[in-house]
Design a protein around this ligand. Structure first.
Ligand code: ADP
Length: 202
């Protein structure tokens, strides 16, 4: 099976693109979804996060206060590493298990910080980058989240830049027009990946 890593900056359209592949029947494994499951009520990482960061990152009802945790790790490198040490090995194991259970010509793994962390390359045959101008990213994230322009700009500044991400890409989808305009690009890549899977050694 060919494994394609899908990445892109915040608001570039990773989820939108992944949904379109999924509609074509392509299995999609999303590391953000796995991370949310791990930290949901009953999730495998929740108790460890509470032990590491204390009740200040928990709501009174025992669920994770994601905004508090985000504030805690965004400004503090050591705390961020601590959170990553809890989550990343578990996310990776879950991705490996999900891939092992699949029977498909190819699969997508959505990894928002693929370029930044350098992880997962050994699992991936190709890297697909969703690209758009940074001004468009900012507008989309502001509209989606209600965050202020400066807050969105700070998130973008903490991520890889457009050039760095494109340099890591085997394939690029430009998502700067309408969502409908993605269909042709997604279909062309779907054919390409099915073709590669056909040629791949068993
Ligand atoms: P990511 O997963 O990379 O953060 P999303 O796919 O969630 O990005 O897209 C960010 C926001 O922009 C979403 O609200 C989405 O509906 C919207 N969006 C994505 N692509 C387009 C597009 N081509 N035109 C307009 N809005 C878009």
């Amino acid at each position: 099976m060919v494994v394609v890593g899908l990445t892109g900056g915040i608001g570039s359209g990773k989820s939108t693109v992944a949904d379109r592949f999924a509609r074509l029947g392509v299995p999609v494994i999303d590391t953000d979804v796995i991370a949310r499951e791990l930290t949901a009520p009953g999730g495998a990482a929740l108790a460890q996060i509470q032990a590491a960061f204390g009740d200040a990152v928990m709501h009174a009802d025992g669920t994770l206060d994601r905004a508090a945790l985000r504030r805690r790790v965004f400004a503090d490198e050591a705390q961020r590493r601590r959170l990553e040490a809890i989550l990343h090995p578990r996310i990776r194991k879950a991705v490996e298990a999900a891939l092992a259970s699949l029977d498909a010509p190819y699969a997508l793994v959505v990894i928002p910080l693929l370029v930044e962390t350098g992880g997962y390359r050994d699992l991936l045959d190709r890297v697909l980058v969703v690209d758009c101008p940074e001004t468009v990213q900012v507008e989309r994230v502001m509209a989606r989240s209600g965050l202020a322009r400066e807050e969105v700009a700070a998130i973008l500044a903490a991520q890889a830049g457009r050039a760095g991400r494109l340099a890591a890409a085997d394939d690029v989808i430009v998502n700067a027009a309408t969502p409908q305009a993605l269909d042709a690009e997604v279909e062309a890549l779907d054919s390409r990946y099915r073709g590669l899977a056909g040629k791949a050694p068993p």
